[in-house]
Design a protein around this ligand. Structure first.
Ligand code: ZN
Length: 305
């Protein structure tokens, strides 16, 4: 029975809002309502073969020596911006000053905006999953090739966009670097709510550079319609800590229909033969280091201190 129900459930998770040009997440509807529509009706690219997000099976990732640490420029730059509940997520525009390069990216990419995907009150909510594990939230910092003036143009280039994905994990203490964002959420609970954000930098939102050397790389798409397959994905292994209260604050936001804006993640998409690469610092190496340590302990070798 489960085998029959699962495909139906999975396909229904991909809901589009019937009759309008808009789209939505399944969490916005009960399964008796509008569950038979698919996002590829919203945009045919959503039915493509290189879609995101994906589940990353770490033992199947391929270690790539070219995936050296990314070079972050002007990520410390403090900027003023506005934060908006766009009815699907919380989004912050970023002045095009911060850039990334290196790590086998074909060129320099400049930051355009960031937004988040989350679950219900700190429950599972990331878009990418690692070995089937879904984290409570995921940050997407969207970049485009430095030569382009706008995202629309960049999305016509198969490598026009680079998105950095970061997971979150629950920590015991609040992450004070997120106070400006978390506090602002109070004022933008309604869809289209918008307010100016106190000064922040991108660097304060993400792990320190030495904790960003482990990452996964694959080619995919935007995870919202039009689902354009123009994205070089970099998904970092080390999560960002937030307290449960901080995570729960996102569940206070509302979709356009007034219901809680929760579960705004797209279901995982088939790999369709795509390869996922990992930087030399990534997880599988950690396991082999552990294995070596275990072996050494078993053999009674003393560890230098
Ligand atoms: Zn996203």
């Amino acid at each position: 029975m489960l085998q029959l129900i699962l495909p139906v459930l999975l396909s229904s998770l991909w809901a589009a809002c019937a009759g309008s040009g808009d789209w939505c997440y399944q969490s916005q509807f009960s399964c008796t309502h509008q569950c038979n529509e698919k996002w590829d009706h919203a945009n045919q690219d959503c039915g493509g073969s290189k879609q995101s997000p994906i589940n990353i099976v770490t033992r199947k990732t391929i270690k790539d020596e070219r995936l050296t640490p990314l070079k972050f420029s002007n990520y410390q730059q403090i900027f003023k911006s506005s934060i908006k509940n766009n009815g699907h997520s919380v989004q912050v525009g970023v002045p095009h000053l911060s850039t990334i390069s290196g790590g086998d990216l074909p060129t320099t990419y400049k930051a355009v905006q960031f937004h988040l995907h989350w679950g219900n009150k700190g429950g599972p909510g990331s878009e990418h999953t690692i070995d089937g594990e879904q984290y409570p939230m995921e940050l997407h910092i969207v970049h485009m090739k430095a030569d382009y003036a706008d995202l629309t143009t960049a999305l016509r280039d198969r490598e026009g966009v680079a998105v950095l994905g970061f997971f979150y994990e629950v920590s015991n203490s609040a992450n004070r670097k997120y106070d400006p964002i978390i506090t602002s959420l109070q004022s933008i609970k309604a869809a289209n709510g918008n307010m100016s954000l106190p000064s922040i930098s991108l660097a304060q939102l993400i792990p320190s550079e030495q904790n960003m050397t482990s990452y996964f790389r694959y080619k995919g798409s935007l995870t919202t319609p039009g689902c354009t397959e123009a994205v070089i994905w970099t998904v970092f292994e080390n999560p960002i800590p937030l307290s449960m209260d901080q995570l729960k604050a996102f569940s206070e936001l509302k979709f356009s229909d007034g219901n809680p804006l929760v579960g705004n993640f797209r279901p995982i998409q088939p790999l369709n033969g795509r390869k996922v690469f990992r930087s030399s610092g990534a997880v599988v190496l950690v396991s082999s280091a552990l294995l070596l340590a275990t072996l050494a302990a078993a053999l009674g070798l003393s560890q230098p201190n």
